[in-house]
Design a protein around this ligand. Structure first.
Ligand code: HEC
Length: 142
């Protein structure tokens, strides 16, 4: 066991063989590809935004704050808690927001395991509803 190819505790899972795909899952893209290539497959219905809001309150508000202004209960434990109502965030392309939620960041946890694909896209719709969008800041990106 010790010398074999077993994955030891606290180590990386072994990489998948080349060309293998998780059944039913979309191909994982890096954040830059996701930014330009991923399109939100969920229609922006009131139901999708409401689902995004419910998920936001469960998973995100404790850090980013109820209204996304960066003042959640845990925010004071972080050096920086970005407000999600900042114009640059509101103007992130959908695919980029999706990738942030999936992979997390330097200090933000990843939600790829906790949320389904549709739940992440519903959150993207809700993030877009957090503030008025500045159409000029990143023209043509959404
Ligand atoms: C444990 C605290 C925490 C939670 C929970 C959390 N975040 Fe974050 N988030 C952060 C931090 C800290 C950053 C700044 C980047 C970094 O250090 O990772 C960040 C960055 C971001 C950014 C990029 C902001 C920018 O200025 O570029 C977005 C978008 C975001 N979070 C969305 C979410 C969403 C949506 C959720 C819920 C699914 C969520 N976050 C949950 C801590 C958190």
């Amino acid at each position: 066991m010790w010398t074999g190819p077993a994955v030891l505790p606290q180590t990386e899972a072994r990489p998948l063989p080349d060309g293998s795909l998780a059944v039913g899952a979309p191909r994982i893209m890096n954040r830059r590809e996701a930014r330009t290539e991923l399109v939100n497959p969920l229609a922006e219905t009131p139901e999708a935004v409401a689902e995004g809001r419910a998920l936001y309150e469960i998973y995100c508000a404790l850090c980013h704050g109820d209204q996304g202004s960066g003042d959640g209960d845990l925010a004071r434990h972080y050096r920086r808690m970005p407000p999600l109502t900042a114009p640059h965030v509101l103007n992130y392309p959908d695919g980029f927001l999706y990738a942030i939620i999936r992979e997390g960041g330097r200090n933000m946890p990843r939600f790829g395991d906790a949320l389904s694909v549709d739940e992440r896209w519903a959150l993207v719709h809700y993030l877009g509803a957090l503030g008025p969008r500045d159409e000029t800041a990143e023209a043509g990106s959404r």
